[in-house]
Write a protein that binds this ligand. Structure first.
Ligand SMILES: NC(=O)N[C@H]1NC(=O)NC1=O
Ligand SMILES: [Zn+2]
Ligand SMILES: [Zn+2]
Length: 474
């Protein structure tokens, strides 16, 4: 149930969104998207405002009309960690950033979403608070991995798939899984034709970070942190995963299940291993996140723990390779991995990279961030729609989302690629804590003008002619 403080669009059940740049799977076209009862009825090519019923038309000129973003990886932290983020602040940030569907991760809230009961707590906590569509991943943890009844209960209760960690997650009630847990979990997922999302880092030598903690190296230097999580950790995890990925092939023991590697940072051997497994027929996809594409380790200032995340942001050469892999379709999609904490845990005063919370806060800015840094690599609007909408919708099993085609949900973002803005103190940020976001202080291009979700306008809330709760809207 969405928030009832949402502002509905125009006082019409049917309306047209007009633009010279509508991004459809066939390409960019000029015309109108016809919406009725929250569904896209048609894309009318070449039509002009004057040819449509007056009053029911919003003409956006040459602003881009694109499918709303589907963020398959965000941590909203409710219930239990309301002081970190929340359904209300998080989904307002999503709407303001052009995200119309967000799939919440099973950890960082208390309790973690690892059973039917804990999923109910999530759903209850979200009631009346959400401004965009929200779905949930469940957790695959040692406790439920060999318990088919428990996993089926969780899947029957509505999680869209499962997520597991191959290294310590930093959350006590979300322990890591090994290869055997994953192999077993995939058997159940096969029956439901659902994916397993994996945080693929494997700690080879647990002692290495202790040495660094002993003060031998400067904990305020990002390079020190980088040494604690080398690319070999991603490589080792992916190597183990590839074994079980074989099971997802046609005719394999887990045919129907799907493996998805979250937030890939290493664009070299780890990516090569993924490519190989794909070519052998494994049902496998991989995502990366805007922070790996926007920033590089060399430019992170000493003590600026806003940039601490796992896996870490690597060097500039790696960043170039990530863009190349995206452009060549070896990386399938993007996600935010919005993972904020209470500001105190970022230890911004001490600037200790080894002890600060690892997680990037970015939700509201992922579209302009991808565009601002990506336009230098010649990315197209259709690529953006594919990485941010079409493929993530498919991963989450949302067949009626992710593309502007008739019959789909009217989930739409309207944005202006050439409009620039400064993320300074005057910029309205909906995240619970603006100061911990890695993008604050940056200048970005790509301004979201409006976000439509089903029969509503989710952002901005105040619309001419709307008499519905505008005071409470965004
Ligand atoms: N628990 C949690 O959100 N961890 C995330 N943070 C991060 O930087 N990487 C993650 O997996
Ligand atoms: Zn992770
Ligand atoms: Zn995450």
């Amino acid at each position: 149930k969405p928030s009832n403080s949402l502002c509905s669009l125009l006082p019409h059940d049917e309306y047209w969104i007009l633009s010279k740049r509508i991004v459809t799977p066939e390409g960019v076209t000029s015309g109108a998207v016809e919406v009725k009862g929250g569904t896209i009825v048609s894309v009318v090519e070449g039509v002009q405002a004057g040819e449509l019923p007056q009053g029911n038309v919003v003409d956006y000129g040459d602003a881009v009309v694109m499918p709303g973003l589907v963020d398959v990886h965000a941590h909203l932290d409710e219930p239990g960690k309301e002081e970190w983020e929340g359904f209300s602040s998080g989904t307002k940030a999503a709407a303001a950033g052009g995200i119309t569907t967000l799939i919440d991760m099973p950890l960082n809230s208390v309790p973690s979403t690892v059973s039917e009961e804990t999923l109910r707590l999530k759903v209850d906590a979200a009631q009346q608070k959400i401004y965009v569509d929200v779905g949930f991943w469940g957790g695959l943890v040692p406790e439920n991995a060999f318990n088919k009844t428990a996993l089926e209960g969780l899947l029957n209760a509505g999680v869209l798939g499962l997520k597991s960690f191959m290294c310590p997650s930093g959350i006590n009630d979300f322990p890591m899984t090994d290869k055997n847990h994953i192999k077993e979990g995939l058997q159940t997922l096969a029956k439901y034709k659902r994916p397993l999302l994996v945080h693929a880092e494997l700690q080879l030598d647990p002692d290495s970070s202790i040495e660094l903690n002993d003060g031998l190296e400067n904990p305020q230097s990002y390079m020190t942190y980088l040494k604690t999580r080398p690319t070999s950790m991603e490589e080792a995890a992916i190597k183990e995963l590839l074994d079980v990925a074989e099971d997802t092939k046609l005719g394999g023991t887990a045919e129907g299940a799907h493996l998805h590697v979250v937030h890939l940072s290493d664009a070299q051997t780890s990516l090569d291993l993924i490519k190989e497994a794909k070519s052998r027929g494994a049902s496998l996809t991989v995502e990366t996140c805007p922070h790996y594409l926007a920033f590089s380790a060399e430019e992170i200032q000493d003590g600026d723990t806003r940039y601490k995340c796992a896996p870490p942001i690597r060097d500039a050469a790696n960043k170039e390779k990530l863009w190349k892999a995206l452009n060549e379709e070896h990386i399938d999609m993007l996600s935010s991995d919005h993972s904020p904490s209470a500001p105190e845990l970022k230890l911004l005063n001490e600037g200790d990279f080894l002890r600060a919370w690892g997680g990037i806060s970015s939700l509201q800015f992922v579209l302009p961030a991808t565009w601002s840094y990506g336009r230098r690599y010649g990315i197209t609007l259709n690529q953006l729609a594919s990485w941010w909408s079409e493929r993530p919708a498919k991963l989450a099993g949302q067949d009626l989302k992710g593309a502007i085609v008739s019959g789909n949900h009217a989930d739409i973002v309207v944005w202006e690629p050439d409009a620039e803005f400064e993320l300074d103190e005057n910029h309205y940020v909906h995240h619970k804590h603006r100061n911990i976001s890695a993008y604050m202080g940056k200048r970005l291009s790509g301004k979201v003008l409006a976000t439509y979700q089903n029969s509503k306008k989710a952002f901005p809330g105040t619309v001419a002619g709307c008499r519905n709760h505008c005071d409470k809207a965004l």
